[in-house]
Design a protein around this ligand. Structure first.
Ligand SMILES: Cc1cc2nc3c(=O)[nH]c(=O)nc-3n(C[C@H](O)[C@H](O)[C@H](O)COP(=O)(O)OP(=O)(O)OC[C@H]3O[C@@H](n4cnc5c(N)ncnc54)[C@H](O)[C@@H]3O)c2cc1C
Length: 597
């Protein structure tokens, strides 16, 4: 085995240990890759339980009042700071500890309710929504999910009110997208009472204003010369904590404090370990699932603002004796923003409901939500920017700020390319394992292998001959449901074909992975939209209301999404991949030659 293969085997083993521990119920997205429509997770469309509804409505009303009166997004951007009065107000309205249990001073809200609140903030100010995410979605999440009762009792009461703030510190110079490559070291003290941390972290939101940081560092694995990542709770008053740069100047979300810090022989008591020792990467991935879900909510809020701004301008600005809204190319943009905003909300709600309902594994769905909503929001902002023409370019309107602010979304909490590849590979693992059982059996027959291969073969065959049923309630959606079922069947066929055709090299074929992941994301988005309209129609039927105008946008979304899926699948066999790789290779080689000369 050469060095590269050995490294690949090591990576695969690490990923297997990290991502696929123990038997789990089949989630929705993994089901898609198997050719199944796991209806129970997505239908009927999830709603906030009545018991929580009242408290949510009241919180939203208080929050809106506060934001309308106190939040000035333009000023936050100009001053590159979120005033303490805003942080205090968010604390007062409960936003900074919304999902924390009541016994520790939080509100005990579900993720679905939390997402509604985050959407409201995301509508107005991306700096503020990223700040809240950094504190509540990821900063204190490891403590909420993995902390002991003593740890929670000690730290949470001040964190949930905003008296103290949290941050999540994973990224380092050598551990960006390659998050497993954390270099910060945590050496146990001789008496075992504490760990001594050394290393640097960069690009950490809230680092300079946080009182509690969840820090990832490498600890020795007992009985071996290996190390594994462990999560520590670090406070900036610990001797040896050095803030290298409190506020790194940046393009957008300027109100957030993004910093670099070093830990130099910082003694962290063993009581500050969060979660099992050596399981920090699992902690980090779980924390990021929550961050990616609220990312979806914030992007939904911003997309709704895009829609409002687009409608307002298209109805009032006149050129060629017509309002802009009378031109088809402007109509097209508005329709697309409306369709995407509807889908983003539906996808966020469904994903949040997975967390609330206790699905064990939702990492595929949160990754899909993050990539889908951040990419769509970027398009939405680009479209509304275009509708505003030259005026969008000037700083008296919010659009240039929104454009700058939105750019981080495709990079932070997992760059979209990395997540796209992750979606395809994690999704394809299920059917891939089944093919492996069949292949292994053919190569090396055994009694045990025979029964596994039989089960795998039956499952693959079932998926190949059966178009999954998409059970909608509303008659008018039956055709969309039929089309969706058929596309899932075609998707499964394409996944099987790619696995059989490319086998292990598919692990490196990102152009193939991208099409598969894009198709899967649109299948998930369409499902959420279909479920949402279905739920709405049923509700309207019961209440005798008329259909809201957004149903036209939802219908458009489904049509466009289905068309995109067909395009992604067609691209698997009709593409310019070889030419793309050849052109890139020659550019990269010419760059190396230039650097060398
Ligand atoms: C404003 C801001 C706030 C942040 N806040 C936090 C925080 O609070 N906590 C924290 O821990 N981190 C934070 N980060 C770090 C952020 O998560 C990283 O920037 C991100 O994970 C990408 O890492 P990187 O910047 O090192 O880019 P790199 O890893 O160098 O990647 C650069 C680009 O290369 C491409 N790429 C990389 N790997 C692959 C691959 N496998 N396949 C295909 N393409 C690939 C992608 O296009 C990627 O965008 C923040 C970053 C910013 C800018």
């Amino acid at each position: 085995m050469n060095k590269l293969d050995a490294q690949r085997q090591k990576e695969i083993q690490q990923a297997e240990e990290l991502l696929f521990a123990g038997p789990q119920a089949l989630g929705f997205a993994k089901g898609l890759f198997q050719g199944h429509f796991v209806a129970d997770w997505v239908m009927p469309y999830p709603r906030i339980p009545e018991a929580q509804e009242g408290e949510l409505v009241q919180t939203l009303a208080e929050l809106r009042k506060f934001l309308n009166e106190e939040l000035d997004a333009a000023e936050i951007d100009r001053q590159a700071d979120i005033p303490r009065s805003v942080i205090d107000g968010l604390g007062r309205t409960g936003v900074l500890g919304l999902t924390a249990p009541k016994e520790y001073g939080g509100r005990g809200f579900s993720q679905m309710a939390n997402c509604e609140v985050l959407e409201e903030i995301g509508r107005r100010c991306a700096s503020t929504s990223v700040f809240v995410n950094a504190h509540h979605s990821i900063g204190i999440r490891a403590l909420l999910l993995f902390g002991t009762h003593e740890q929670k009792q000690r730290w949470l009461p001040k964190l949930v009110t905003g008296e103290q703030l949290g941050a999540f510190a994973l990224t380092e110079r050598e551990a960006g997208s390659d998050a497993a490559n954390v270099q910060m070291q945590a050496r146990p003290s001789e008496d075992g009472s504490h760990f001594i941390l050394n290393g640097e972290k960069r690009y950490i939101t809230n680092a300079a204003i946080a009182h509690e940081l969840t820090v990832m560092a490498r600890t020795p694995v007992p009985g071996s010369n290996k190390t594994a990542v462990t999560a520590f709770l670090v406070t900036p008053d610990m001797p040896g904590f050095e803030m290298l740069e409190a506020r790194m100047p940046k393009t957008g979300i300027k109100g957030t404090a993004t910093g670099r810090f070093a830990l130099r022989d910082v003694k962290v008591p063993k009581e500050n370990i969060l979660g099992p020792i050596g399981k920090g990467l699992k902690v980090a991935l779980t924390v990021l699932d929550f961050g990616r879900t609220t990312f979806g909510a914030c992007c939904t809020g911003a997309a709704k603002t895009c829609l409002e701004l687009a409608i307002a301008h298209a109805n009032t600005r006149r050129q060629f004796s017509k309002t802009l809204g009378e031109f088809e190319l402007v109509k097209k943009k508005i329709a697309r923003i409306a369709a995407d905003a509807y889908a983003m909300e539906a996808m966020t709600t469904v994903t949040a409901s997975f967390i609330d309902r206790g699905l064990e594994d939702y990492m595929l769905e949160t990754a899909m939500l993050k990539v889908f909503t951040t990419e769509r929001l970027w398009e939405c902002i680009n479209d509304v920017f275009q509708i505003y023409g030259g005026s969008a370019y000037f700083t008296d309107l919010p659009l240039e700020r929104m454009l700058r602010d939105a750019r981080i979304n495709q990079i932070g909490e997992g760059a979209n390319e990395v997540l796209t590849s992750f979606i395809a590979l994690v999704g394809m693992r299920g059917p891939g394992m089944e093919f492996k059982e069949i292949y292994d059996m053919m190569m090396k027959p055994s009694r045990d292998g025979m029964s596994k291969a039989w089960a795998a073969g039956k499952n693959r065959l079932n998926a190949a001959i059966r178009v999954p049923d998409v059970p909608v309630q509303s008659e008018e959606l039956a055709e969309h449901a039929r089309q969706l079922g058929r596309l899932i069947w075609r998707f499964n066929f394409a996944v099987n074909r790619a696995l059989i055709m490319y086998r292990e090299p598919i692990l490196d074929m990102q152009l193939v992975q991208e099409r598969i992941a894009n198709a899967a994301m649109d299948l998930f988005a369409s499902t959420c939209v279909l479920s949402r309209i279905d739920g709405d129609i049923q509700l309207i039927g019961r209440n005798g209301d008329t259909a809201p105008p957004e149903h036209a946008a939802a219908d458009l979304f489904l049509r466009q999404s289905f068309r995109r899926i067909r395009g992604f699948l067609a691209g698997l066999t009709d593409n310019d991949d070889e030419a793309v790789i050849a052109a890139a290779k020659s550019c990269l080689a010419s760059g190396s030659a230039r650097t060398a000369s």
